[in-house]
Write a protein that binds this ligand. Sequence first.
Ligand code: ZN
Length: 85
Amino acid sequence: KVISYQGFYNFRLKLIAKCQHLGIPVHLINRFEPTSKVCHRCGHKKVDLKLSERTYQCPKCSYTADRDINAALNIRDTENFELAY
Ligand SMILES: [Zn+2]
């Protein structure tokens, strides 16, 4: 609901159009991909990660990072994506 209020879909359309204009590939991943829950260093999946936890701390390898940075790195490196155009 919050995402729709913020016009995220509109942002997405504009981002894709801009990237297409500049020749930058846009990788679309499945919205259910557990990018926040997976440790970027070792791949461990933290199934009990709460939305209130803003820092990702891996119980397996002790990797610690901002939650969104960890997710962004997983999104960047995933091979499971479709090209936007
Ligand atoms: Zn880890």
